[in-house]
Ligand binder design. Structure first.
Ligand code: ADP
Ligand code: MG
Length: 293
């Protein structure tokens, strides 16, 4: 361990940290001149640094004890990095072609060192918005989803291993609570962090809040989410948790991982594709009418 207590990273601290950490220093061939370090945190929760040297590269992701997008007013355990590293390793061993390799994990620093998905990798959501078609995406994602869910479920595990793994991931309670709130409760009532395009969607938002049949269905789904420890789900499998090129599909960011219903991952991913499909019309322009048929 490089540091004895938690320190938030900046460029200077990060260089010091890398030099003191053999598993990272060796990835750079122990050469530290001409390092470029870029913070690319377009994410909502954490800090992500891309480190590129003359002989190698990696990504460093650090969780801070709050939600980045909101700030210190919304505290969130930095232990989430532990569960993210655990899930990356578990899912990575089951689907190595579609999960970046973890090079280093430091629980005290809430810090993960992992394979840098180099350009032309981009976030899938950006590709879909740009109208790019990904011919291998369906094969790759179905392979990832099938392997990670089947091999972490009782279809494969014995009871002892399953209960042990479920117990371990129960520790990710704070992130599960966040999903319970922002996916299964807040959208259906008036709450502080709801946002929509006002006034255009005011009546739609109100219709959701007033729809008791919908709320009953969502309550059933929330119950499944909370109670069904079926498989190690990614827990946040939307199109911004996938990085792609034409030939490569890589699933990142499983900090919400826990033992939950398989349908939560499958539904999140398919739901995002359906949203992307219905958004295409709105992106049509002179160069591309976005009609794929
Ligand atoms: P958060 O948990 O804050 O949402 P993400 O894991 O989604 O963080 O990472 C934020 C951004 O950092 C991603 O959208 C992506 O652009 C970049 N990123 C994360 N991991 C990698 C990686 N292994 N290789 C390249 N870029 C990455
Ligand atoms: Mg993210």
């Amino acid at each position: 361990m490089a540091f004895s207590e938690f320190r938030p990273l900046d460029e200077k601290v990060l260089i010091e940290y890398i030099k003191a950490t053999p598993s990272l220093a060796s990835k750079l061939g122990n050469k530290f001149d001409n390092l470029t370090i870029k913070e690319v945190g377009d994410g909502n929760l954490n800090f992500v640094f891309i480190v590129v040297g003359s002989s190698g590269s990696f990504v460093i992701k650090q969780a801070l004890p709050y939600i980045r997008l909101i700030g210190e007013s919304w505290p969130m355990t930095k232990e989430r990095a532990y569960f993210e590293a655990l899930a990356l390793k578990e899912h990575g061993s089951l689907s190595p072609d579609h999960v970046p390799e973890v090079y280093h994990f430091d629980r005290t620093m809430s810090l993960i060192g992992m394979h840098y998905l180099e350009p032309p990798h981009i976030i899938l959501r950006k590709g879909l918005i740009a109208g790019v078609e990904y011919p291998l995406l369906a094969d790759h994602m179905s392979d990832y989803i099938a392997k990670t869910l089947f091999f972490t479920s009782l279809l494969y595990h014995n009871t002892t291993d399953h209960k042990k793994a479920v117990a371990e991931f129960c520790g990710n309670v704070e992130l599960c609570r966040l999903t319970e709130q922002v996916v299964f409760s807040d959208p259906y009532k008036v709450s502080q962090y709801n946002r929509w395009t006002s006034p255009y969607l005011d009546s739609d938002a109100e219709a959701v809040r007033g729809d008791n049949a919908l709320k009953l269905e969502v309550a059933e789904l929330k119950s499944l989410f909370c109670e069904r420890a079926q498989a190690l789900v990614h827990g946040d499998l939307h199109t911004s948790s996938v990085m792609v090129t034409h030939d490569s599909t890589q699933v990142i960011d499983p900090e919400f991982a826990f033992y939950g219903p398989m349908g939560f991952d499958i539904g999140a991913f398919l739901g995002n594709l359906i949203l992307a499909f219905y958004a295409q019309d709105g992106h049509a322009n002179d160069q591309n009418d976005r009609k794929f048929l």
